[in-house]
Structure formats: C-alpha cells, structure tokens
Write a new protein. Structure first.
Lengths: 680, 103
C-alpha cells in the first residue's frame, strides 16, 4: 500500500498543514452561536490531516528503502533579480515521526476540548485558534525551508499568544499573553539573524535540495570553512543564533519565564501548546539543523552550549517545581525541565534520544495536563494542590490516567516510555567526550523529577480531603476520559520502540535497520545506567513518600519542606526570582527612561509651548485691538450681512475628519471623471 | 496571458475596500486598518508594474515597497499611540464623537 501512495505524497503532504489552517480560516468567520459546527469542522480537518500524517509515516517506515527515506519538494516562491527563494516540504524519518505525533496528540486534545470548554461563551473562537495552531505547527514540522519554518514558527507564536490570552478579560491572562509573545520574540530575533546570515553565505534556505541544501555536505563544508568574529566559523555563529531562537521557544534558561505564566490559558491549551507540541518546536529546530551544529569547526561550541544550557535548565526547573503549589505550574516547570533534558541529548549528539524523549514526553505530558484539567474540572476550578487531597477515591478513572502519566514522567522502570527515553538521554550525556557536567545536572534533575511528581500525586490524590469550601469532587464525563486513556496507552506503548534491546526508533532515524538484541541490556554499561536510573527513581520517590505520606489535614499548614529549607523555599516558590530580576534590571530602567522623556516633555516642551502660545495671544490681542478701533467700525455693516452666509458655510465644517475625507473623495472622483472625459 | 490587469484589479479592489472602511467606519482603529489596506494596494501596484514592466532588473519596485512598508509600520505605531492617547482622554475611539473642532 505504501508503494502506491508514495508518488502522491508530495501533493498529499501539503494537505496536512493546509487542512487545519483552512478550517481555522473558515471558523474565524463563523458567528458565536455556530460554535458546535466550528468544533466539528476543526476536528474533521484534523482527523484527515492525522490520517495523512500517519500514512506518510507508514510510507517512511516501509521496508523497501535501502537507505534513509527522504522525500523533498521545492518550489520557487519568488525570485529577486537572480536570487530565488524556494520553499517546500520534506518527509524524512524526523518529520514523519514528529508530524504523526503532533496530529495524533492534537486530535485527542481537540476531542477533550469539546467536553472541557463546553460552557465557554467563545467556544467556536477557541477551535479557530486551535486549528490555526495545529496547521502552523504541522507546517513547522514538514517544512523543507528555513524560511517556511520561520514563518510557521511565528504563526504558532501568534496562536500561542491568542490562546494564552483567551480569557482576555482577566488582566493576568492578557499580561501573560504579552509576556509570552515578547519573550519569545527575543529568541525569534536571533533566529532571524541566523537565517539571514545563512542565506547571505549560501544563497539557499532549503534544508535538502538534491545536494545543494543547507544540511547537505557541500554547503556544510563551505559554511565551516569561513571564519568570522571571534574566530568562530560561520556555521558555529549561525548555529548559536538558531540555538537562541530555540531557547526562546522551548523555554530554556534565561528565556523560560513566559512558560509558567502561559498556564493562564485554558488547560487543553497548556496540554497541546505549552507542553506537547509548540514548546518542543525549539528542540525540533535544533534536531532539524543538527548537521549545522555538528559541522561547526573544531571548537564544537554550539553543541557544548546546547548541552550546558539544557543541563542547567533541567536542574533549575526541577528545583523550582519543588516549591510550587499550583497544579498546572508544577507541570509547567516540569515541562521546562524535560525540555532541558532534550537539549542535553541534542548537545551531546543524541538526536534520536532527544526525539524519542520529545515524543514520549508529548504523550505523557499531554496526559498529565489533561488529567490535571479533569481534576480542576472536578474540583470546581480549584488549582491549588494544598486545597485538594484524597481525590483518588472520588475520581478513580482520572487518578488511573494521571498515575500512568506521573510514573512515565518520573521514570518508573521498564514499562513506561519515560524510563527508556530518559535513560537514552542519560546514556547520550554520559558518553559525551566533552565532560560530565551536563550528565550530572541531568541525573540530579531526574532525581528531583521523581521527588516533585510524587509530592504532587500525594497531595492531590492521597490523604484526606482538605478543602472545606468545595464539596463533592466528581468524575469527568467520557468525552474527557477517553482522550486520557488513549494518551495513557501511548505513554506506555511508546516504551516498546526505544529500549536498548530493540533500538528501533534510533536506528530508523539514522536510516539503519534495527536488530533485536536481547543481550543489549546485559552489557556492563547498560546495566550501570539502568541501575543508576533505577536508583534515582527509587530514591526520589521514597524520599518524597517519606516527607509527604502524612499530609496535614489543614490546607493552610506549611509544606513539610518549608521547615527544612526556610528562606530557600520562598526563593524556589518565586522561580528563583528571575521575574523580579528582570523587573528590576530591564523593565525598571526602561520605565525610568520613559519617565525621563515624559518629564522632559512636561517640564521643557510644555512650558515652551505655553510661552509661544502666550506670545501669539498677546500679538493677537494687540492687533485685534488695533483692528477693533481703527478699522472695524466701518466694516461692521458689511460684516453683519456677511455673517449670515458665513454661518451656513461654517455648518459644513463639522469637525469630523471623515466628512472632510468624503468631500475630498467626491472631488477627486469628479476630477477623475472630468479628466477621462476630456481626454476621450 | 498578461496578469498585470488582474493584479491592478486586485489592487484597486483593495484600495476601494480600504477607502470604504476609512469613510464609513466610526472606530478609529478600523480606520487605521483601512489606511493600511490602501497602502498595500499601492504596494501591489508598485510590485506589479515592476514585475511586468520593462526594468525588472533594476529592483526599483521592491525597494520602493520596502521603504513604504517600513514607513507604514512607523505610521501604524504613531497612529495607534495617538488613538491610545485619544482614548485615555475621551474614553472613546468613536470618531463621530471627536468633533470639538466643528464650526
């Protein structure tokens, strides 16, 4: 079947991003009362996209290919003198796997949203934005040109802005939306500069172009041969700029502050955009342009920077997640932390490990967010985990789904995808020749992950209910539960494709055939790493269980760790005061500058204007008086007769610019007609 | 077939649409949108005459348009700032209510 499909793929592939974009465009014009119809349209479009994406994946998987499967298209978008800008799509293992994952996860989140957002006033608008997002995201994934990728990248940024600010009546949501947009813009600026630099150097932005593309050996070699500022090669400099862009999108320190605030959006949005797909776009960008990172001269600076930034982010966010009390903020920081893991893998050369972790993470983090949404829904919009507790009994199905997601994220051994993907990341970091720093950071972060996820589970689902105000938490309806179970199944089953016994995914990305090797687990190195992973999870979970096994029955009681950590606890709760630092050192100086300018205006220009005004008035009065006495008397007669006609003329001076414009337009039309009449 | 007439039709449609918005809308922001439409209609004309005219190698058309886009961006920023200040002053962006200069 796959063979029959392949000739049609270049056309079909365009449909994958276009259908959701089209659905978004149509629903944008639907009135509010047609919200149901809009949601069905969005779901239908995405279902077809998903089917094509999965079929494309099947084609890429078909065993007929000798080497790595790749199908690329390129069309000239426009030419400028003798320079042509080309765009196109590419289907290779990387984009096939990512595209199938994005459309599949997005479909279930759409379905979940039809239940979760049921009572919203702007229901149809929500699906319009979601469709716009998923179309743009699929374009990011399949794009064969850095330019097309950048355009889609900006579109997902826009969709993210619109959806974070979905409750725009809430000032905090509006502020969070702006913060996300502006912070990622800093990264996008760097991305843009890197792109222009690459284009200026090579004259192409296509990734693959039959040997002439950016990621193919000829161009890579020429890029690495030119040195620029600071002794860097051009490819190193461009790779660093692209990395900054990826950091903005993927919430890496220090550009991460927007991601926790993005939780102001509705929960399905947090699941789809700010956990599963969009934030992974940065990681995807680095994975896509990895050949540029690899061939950046002998220093290897871009890769080292990626690994260190990832490691620092992983550990930082895991620490901060310890001190959070909002169920969604904990998950947000854990997303930042997991994205750090992926960056570590990319920096240490494990593209396959990073992509495996990305896809596994998309499933279990979407699952966790959707379960959190189910919890929030069931607890009547309560988000503070200190005020939950004992929910396992009230919401057994949600608890089941959440438990799977939580164990996958914490890295429970053997049957959960998170265990194997994290193990792959750690393996990649450990074997990196550039040092042990990123490995140690990531391992510590893995330990803390187990700890804070157990803390969250203990506080939300175990113990006694601690919320006197909210009564009767209830289980959610099937439309919310079914997507949970599907994603839970994904979180478990994905474990099968990446174990060291059968490293199918990794070999496939590299374009090789996987071999089943039952003994791979028994080599000393593999045993050492698996033992380490096991130890990390066990220590993290046990320590957390010891601390939180007897939660206090009072929702205002301080956290058990608060005693031990003291001031540090507050520091963690504030996200290590990044926001406050930015406030103080970037925003405050800007505000001060604005004040100075405003002051100059008020103190200098306003008095000057007043002076000029006074002078003119004085002259006016003087000449007026002269006129009044010397001249006017004689004219008064004439004037009074003129006044009548002047009144009617002044009525046409309505003070409304549009009325004037209409007159101008009319006059212009008359002149035009006259003109054509005269030359005719 | 020469697509120039088609492009000119498109740009005149766009221009008329923008003009219509400017003349009939009462919300100042939407009037600004209309002005942008008219500007872009002019840009399309520049590009169309450049692309299908005689001096395609000169790049005069795109250069002009690049400048015009940059100026339009600046103009939008200033225009929005003015509207913002007007809104703070009068709590309204309805142009029909801003007629204190009437005769």
């Amino acid at each position: 079947m796959a063979d029959a499909l392949i000739p049609h793929l270049p056309c079909l592939l365009w449909l994958v991003p276009l259908l959701p974009l089209l659905a978004g465009a149509i629903t944008a014009f639907m009135p509010n009362r047609m919200g149901r119809l809009a949601s069905w349209l969005a779901l239908g479009a995405l279902l077809v996209s998903c089917a094509i994406a999965v079929a494309a994946l099947a084609c890429a998987l078909a065993p007929v290919h000798e080497k790595a499967f790749r199908l690329e298209t390129a069309y000239t978008w426009f030419s400028f003198g003798d320079v042509a800008l080309k765009v196109g799509l590419v289907l290779d293992p990387l984009s096939a796997a990512m595209g199938a994952m994005v459309s599949f996860v997005a479909f279930w989140i759409f379905l979940y949203s039809t239940g979760y957002m049921k009572s919203e006033a702007r229901f149809g608008r929500f699906f319009c934005f979601l469709s716009l997002f998923s179309g743009a995201m699929l374009l990011v994934v399949y794009s064969n040109s850095l330019l097309l990728l950048f355009m889609a990248w900006e579109l997902v940024g826009l969709a993210s802005y619109l959806l974070i600010g979905y409750y725009y009546e809430k000032p905090s949501a509006a502020a969070a939306a702006q913060k996300a947009f502006i912070t990622t813009r800093i990264g996008d600026m760097a991305f843009f500069l890197g792109m222009i630099w690459l284009f200026g150097q090579t004259g192409t932005l296509l990734f693959f172009d039959h040997g002439r593309g950016l990621l193919e050996t000829g161009v890579l070699g020429s890029l690495a041969g030119v040195t620029t500022v600071g002794g860097l090669t051009v490819s190193a400099a461009a790779a660093l700029l692209l990395l900054v862009g990826a950091m903005g999108k993927s919430g890496q320190v220090p550009l991460h502050t927007w991601l926790p605030d993005a939780m102001e959006g509705p929960t399905p949005v947090s699941a789809l955009i700010h956990a599963a797909t969009m934030v992974a776009a940065g990681v995807f960008l680095v994975a896509r342009t990895h050949p540029i990172f690899m061939n950046s001269g002998i220093t290897g600076l871009p890769l080292t920077a990626t690994a260190w930034i990832g490691g620092i982010t992983a550990l930082y966010a895991a620490c901060v997640a310890l001190g959070q009390n909002d169920i969604k903020r904990i998950l947000a920081y854990s997303t930042v932390s997991q994205l750090g893991f992926m960056m570590v893998a990319l920096g240490t050369g494990g593209v396959a490990a990073a992509m495996f972790h990305l896809i596994a993470h998309a499933f279990f983090k979407a699952l966790l967010f959707l379960s959190a949404g189910s919890v929030i829904h069931g607890c009547h919009d309560e988000q503070d985990i200190r005020r939950m507790g004992g929910l396992a009994r009230a919401m057994p199905k949600t608890f089941f789904a959440y438990a799977i997601g939580m164990m996958a994220l914490a890295g429970f051994p053997f049957v959960f995808s998170g265990f194997w993907s994290k193990e792959a990341v750690l393996h990649s970091a450990e074997t990196w020749p550039g040092g042990h720093g990123p490995f140690l950071l990531a391992a510590t972060a893995a330990l803390l992950t187990a700890f804070y996820m157990t803390r969250q589970a203990m506080l939300v689902f175990f113990g006694k209910p601690r919320n006197p105000g909210v009564t009767h938490p209830h289980e959610s309806p099937p439309v919310i539960l079914v997507p949970l179970f599907v994603l839970a199944a994904g979180a478990v089953l994905l474990a099968l494709i990446g174990t060291p016994v059968w490293p199918w995914f990794e070999e496939w990305l590299k374009g090789e055939r996987a071999v089943f090797n039952g003994l791979a687990l028994t080599t000393p190195e593999a045993l050492k790493l698996i033992g380490l992973s096991l130890a990390l999870v066990t220590v993290g979970v046990t320590a957390s269980w010891l601390v939180y096994r007897n939660p206090s029955g009072d929702s205002r009681a301080p956290d058990p760790l608060e005693h031990k950590l003291g001031a540090a606890w507050k520091f963690l709760g504030d996200g290590m005061r990044f926001d406050a630092t930015y406030e103080r050192f970037i925003i405050a100086p800007l505000v001060a500058l604005a004040r100075v300018v405003d002051g100059i205006e008020r103190q200098l220009f306003v008095p000057l204007m007043a002076l000029a005004e006074g002078l003119i008035k004085l002259v006016g009065r003087w000449t007026g008086n002269a006129d009044e006495k010397g001249l006017n008397d004689g004219f008064n007669h004439v004037c009074s007769s003129l006044q009548g006609s002047a009144d009617s003329a002044s009525a046409s001076q309505s003070g409304r610019p549009q009325a004037y414009l209409r007159a101008i337009g009319l006059g212009a039309s008359v002149l035009l007609i006259l003109y054509f009449w005269l030359i005719a | 077939m020469n697509p120039l007439p088609l492009l000119l039709t498109l740009s005149s449609l766009l221009f008329v649409l923008g003009l219509f918005a400017v003349l009939t809308r009462r919300n100042a922001i939407l009037i600004l949108v209309g002005i942008e439409l008219m500007l872009n209609a002019a840009n399309i004309n520049f590009i169309a005459f450049w692309r299908y005219g005689s001096a395609e190698a000169d790049l005069t058309g795109p250069l002009f348009v690049l400048f015009s886009i940059a100026i339009a961006a600046a103009e939008a920023a200033v225009g929005l700032a003015i509207i913002l200040m007007v809104f703070r002053h009068t709590r309204s962006t309805d142009l029909n209510r801003l007629d204190s200069l009437h005769g």
